[in-house]
Design a protein around this ligand. Structure first.
Ligand SMILES: Cc1cc2nc3c(=O)[nH]c(=O)nc-3n(C[C@H](O)[C@H](O)[C@H](O)COP(=O)(O)O)c2cc1C
Length: 147
């Protein structure tokens, strides 16, 4: 079974998930955006939160992977203002997930269900797993064990 984790990470929580899934046989692809958030933390929360609130799609690097080669696709996004991050909005706009076996892994400060969880369940009928800051809470990664 071929499995891939496609994700965006601003501050390393997505990378922690990626490293964990690589150990259980997932390929991993990190999204690169040409529109980084400001380096200042407060400004980055304001700008990223605003982008997420309007479902903004960042300009991202060309996505050249043929998803038909994969039996299982996991998409990872940080939660920004209760919604998906803007690089992942862009990814979802570019790929076709129709009849694909897809699960979303969302990492956030609260680890609770959010607006993105509702949207993804409704739009893709997908399983959604919410993790609370997996970089500093490694036990959260147990939630990924059945993937
Ligand atoms: C712009 C921005 C908005 C955020 N909004 C939320 C939020 O609404 N709820 C929440 O629980 N965490 C929020 N966070 C925290 C991140 O979702 C959390 O730190 C996540 O694990 C970051 O993942 P990363 O390190 O892979 O980028 C926000 C962080 C940023 C930068």
């Amino acid at each position: 079974m071929k499995k891939i984790f496609i994700y965006y990470s601003l501050s390393g929580n997505g990378d922690t998930v990626s490293n964990y899934l690589k150990r259980v046989g997932f390929n991993s692809y990190s999204i690169f955006t040409y529109e980084p958030l400001p380096k200042n933390k407060i400004l980055s929360i304001i700008v990223g939160g605003f982008k997420a609130s309007i479902n903004y799609k960042d300009k991202i690097e060309e996505f050249g992977i043929d998803l038909n080669k994969y039996d299982k696709i996991i998409i990872g996004s940080p939660i920004w203002n209760s919604k998906l991050s803007s690089p992942i909005n862009s990814l979802l706009d570019k790929i076709d997930l129709t009849s694909k076996n897809v699960t979303f892994v969302l990492y956030s400060g609260s680890g609770k269900e959010n607006k993105a969880t509702e949207l993804l369940k409704r739009k893709y009928n997908a399983e959604v797993i919410n993790l609370k800051e997996p970089k500093s809470n490694n036990d959260e990664l147990i939630k990924l064990d059945n993937l």
